[in-house]
Design a protein around this ligand. Structure first.
Ligand code: DAH
Length: 369
């Protein structure tokens, strides 16, 4: 069908007929208009402007025409091809623009959408509670004092008037750092910070001292070998047990709610004289459950009071050990466990939850600052 053929009658080359070419152009233009994507348009381009498109095939027939007819047929085919090319280019522009708009819409990022926050962890409730306790005392003019966790046995026991044969000193209760005659212990209480404060601070002294303490207890629901206490110490002229009681009542109200008071029961500690066991009024029933079987209280076991710690007036022998004249100055002191405080304040029933470090426990207390 292609190639020069002198025998060929040009009139019979139907492909080059004006109407035929017009039809090809129209078909191409219809196909171009019907292409709804760049890939469809690519196929249309191949079909109507490619090497095997009807017009390309018709073009090959020109060679078979008589010389006089070649120019006109060539013009016709050339014009037809350029119309198709124009239509293709125009459609290409339109489709590219549509694609660009679609990409912009599809890939649009709404920078105002809130992102899911990274987990930030949580502060341990014991840390938060210790800071709150310090805040209560700082507001009353106290300083926050600290001491080492590895402590001299003399400061942890002797200076606090604990006799050499006191059972608390045995290795069943106390961690000795290098054997029981090393004179170095992991502090068993925060009370040695009292001694350090009295040795270091000028008088008068008002300090609060939270810290970690160690005892050779097994970990169970109510014991842990590493726990926390807070110690309070005031040394001034003319302090009495009434000052101690007033301070503790204020502390209790700040911890457990306005109106909550404390109760002192006679007791014994080597470093205080007189000494007292310190109870706090039950902040749930406020004593209403006592002798009232209709209204039992789980927090205090219907006792009305909860054991909170120990306290007393600083023993003059302790003042003497640190060189304070007990005829001029008197002191009061108190100490309580932070874990225990958290347990009844926040209804934690198992101490192991506090030491296991499970974020779900910590996070439940929120991010209180
Ligand atoms: N250190 C005592 C303990 O661990 C608690 C204590 C009792 C502290 C009486 C005091 C106090 O400051 O005066 O059991």
């Amino acid at each position: 069908m292609s190639g020069p053929n002198t025998q060929f009658d040009p009139k019979q080359v139907a492909a080059l007929d004006g109407q035929a070419i017009e039809d090809m152009v129209q078909q191409a233009i219809d196909a171009i208009a019907g292409a709804t994507s760049l890939s469809e348009l690519k196929e249309v381009r191949l079909a109507h402007a490619g090497d095997r498109a009807p017009l390309a095939l018709a073009n090959r027939e020109i060679g078979a025409l008589a010389p006089a007819a070649k120019a006109e047929a060539g013009k016709r085919v050339g014009f037809a091809r350029s119309r198709i090319k124009e239509a293709l280019d125009a459609r290409q522009d339109v489709l590219e623009r549509e694609r660009d708009i679609k990409v912009l819409l599809d890939e649009a990022v709404d920078v105002t959408v809130p992102v899911p926050g990274l987990p930030v962890g949580g502060r341990h409730p014991l840390t938060t509670l210790m800071e709150r306790i310090c805040d209560v005392f700082v507001a009353m003019g106290y300083d926050v004092a600290e001491g080492p966790e590895v402590e001299a046995e003399w400061i942890n026991f002797d200076a606090l008037n604990v006799p050499p044969d006191h059972p608390a000193r045995t290795m069943q209760d106390t961690f000795y750092v290098e054997g029981s005659d090393s004179g170095i212990v992991l502090r068993t209480q925060t009370s040695p910070i009292q001694i350090r404060a009295m040795l270091e601070h000028p008088l008068p002294i008002y300090v609060v001292a939270p810290g970690r303490v160690f005892r050779t207890d097994e970990l169970d629901a109510t014991h842990t070998p590493v726990f926390h206490q807070v110690e309070g110490l005031a040394v001034d002229r003319n302090l009495t047990m009434a000052d101690l009681k007033g301070t503790l009542d204020h502390f209790a109200a700040e911890m457990f709610g306005q109106g909550i008071v404390t109760r002192l029961r006679p007791s014994y500690f080597p470093f205080t004289e007189p000494s007292a066991e310190l109870d706090v009024q039950c902040f749930v029933c406020r004593g209403d459950s006592v002798g009232n079987p209709d209204r039992p209280c789980r927090t205090c076991g219907s006792e009305g009071w909860i054991e909170w710690g120990g306290c007393g007036m600083v023993n003059p022998r302790v003042l003497a050990a640190v060189g304070i004249d007990s005829s001029q100055y008197r002191g009061f002191a108190f100490g309580m466990g932070i874990e225990r405080t958290l347990m009844f304040r926040n209804g934690v029933t198992d101490m192991r939850d506090m030491v296991e470090g499970d974020l779900r426990f910590t996070a439940a207390f929120g991010l209180e600052s």
